[in-house]
Write a protein that binds this ligand. Structure first.
Ligand code: ADP
Length: 246
């Protein structure tokens, strides 16, 4: 069976003032593929994900979702963000709303979906991440790991075609990292198309279909995880893995 391309990025360039941060990124992601982006701090991983989601403009290049080119001038990013879910390091839940109210907001306001139906979907997802008993509480009563799992449920409830994860465990205490990574692994097993930026190397190795290694605004190598971790090709990737004792 032919694979379906969900996301195609061609020659993406992005600068902040005079500094070019993305220097021509090409990347294709197929349906149900899990791509993990690794690379040293400051190499442009986060900027890349933010460009995909319309949170940053870019000067050159194309981003196509389901074959449709997203024109930064014309595209309604409001609509695109409904198809591209993103979860960040900070959870950004509204403190004055309950967990369920936080989750319902996007699907009912932006997508104008039936609140009852979305609530059923939300409850099923909350159950899946082990938090069905938290639907009526306020975010302040939750741990960091619980908030991050809620943030993932909130993004999933928009029924996105692809999920972007930007260092979602970076601000969590070590004992909470696992519970969040397990949710992402579960999504991978379920066939969700995902682009993940992480510093958790064991997780990267386990979850990825493909590792993309970036350095200084470029993709330096792309490999199957076992090849990347056992035999990185570039000296930059070798150095990077040494830091993590791989
Ligand atoms: P990574 O996610 O790989 O750590 P980032 O995408 O966050 O890298 O950053 C890439 C580079 O762009 C860094 O040098 C960073 O300082 C710079 N940068 C990121 N955001 C901004 C911004 N809003 N304004 C200016 N420079 C930025």
């Amino acid at each position: 069976m032919d694979k379906t391309t969900v996301l195609q990025v061609s020659n993406l360039h992005k600068s902040y003032q005079e500094t070019e941060v993305l220097k021509g990124i090409d990347l294709t992601v197929q349906a149900s593929e899990v791509v993990v982006i690794l690379g040293p701090s400051g190499c442009g991983k986060s900027t890349f994900l933010r460009c995909l989601n319309g949170l940053e403009t870019f000067e050159q290049g194309d981003i196509a979702l389901d074959g449709q080119i997203l024109d930064p001038q014309k595209t309604s990013w409001h609509q695109i963000r409904q198809k591209i879910g993103m979860v960040f390091q900070s959870y950004d839940l509204f403190p004055n709303m309950t967990v369920m109210e936080n989750i319902l907001l996007g699907p009912t306001k932006a997508q104008k979906r039936d609140p009852k139906q979305v609530a059923e979907q939300a409850l099923a997802l909350l159950t899946r991440v082990g938090l069905s008993d938290k639907q009526h509480v306020y975010p302040r009563t939750l741990s960091g790991g619980q908030k991050q799992r809620i943030a993932i449920v909130r993004a999933l409830c928009m029924n996105p075609e692809i999920m972007l994860f930007d260092e979602v465990t970076a601000s969590l205490d070590p004992e909470m990292v696992r519970e969040v990574l397990e949710v992402i692994l579960d999504l991978a097993n379920d066939g969700m198309t995902m682009l993940i930026v992480t510093h958790e190397m064991n997780f990267a190795r386990k979850v990825a279909d493909r590792i993309v290694f970036m350095d200084a605004g470029k993709i330096v190598e792309e490999q199957k995880p076992e090849d990347f971790f056992m035999q990185p090709q570039s000296s930059r990737a070798q150095q990077f893995l040494n830091v993590f004792n791989f």
